[in-house]
Design a protein around this ligand. Structure first.
Ligand code: ZN
Ligand code: ZN
Ligand code: ZN
Length: 111
């Protein structure tokens, strides 16, 4: 099975591409598999060498759409968290666009 985003075989590739996410208009760095903050579990979780859902390796990015990816903004499962407007940033053009928009909106009202 190959990933729609990186085009690699999910069970053979190390991990996916696209290191950042745009959430609610801001850039966030994606959390690598194995780096999730699982401290709330209260025990040392068993993290297999490859993700049980998408097949990425420990220390690499989950393939996009993986059930187990954690949202860098709120720390919950990305697929079930309540953050709006989540988009994967793959190219430098997309990244530059978000930065330009962020800077244009900076210095506004902060409540
Ligand atoms: Zn992928
Ligand atoms: Zn995964
Ligand atoms: Zn979230």
């Amino acid at each position: 099975m190959s990933c729609e985003v990186c085009g690699q075989d999910m069970l053979k590739a190390n991990g996916c591409c696209g290191k950042q996410l745009r959430i609610d208009g801001k850039l966030y760095t994606r959390i690598l598999y194995g780096n999730e903050d699982l401290s709330g579990l209260g025990f040392e979780p068993n993290v297999p060498e490859r993700c049980g859902d998408c097949g990425c390796k420990k220390g690499f990015l989950h393939h996009w759409g993986c059930d187990l990816e954690v949202c860098p903004k709120c720390g919950r499962r990305l697929l079930s968290c309540e953050c709006d407007d989540v988009a994967l940033i793959v190219t430098e053009e997309e990244e530059a666009e978000v930065k330009a928009n962020t800077e244009a909106g900076a210095g506004g009202t902060e409540t």
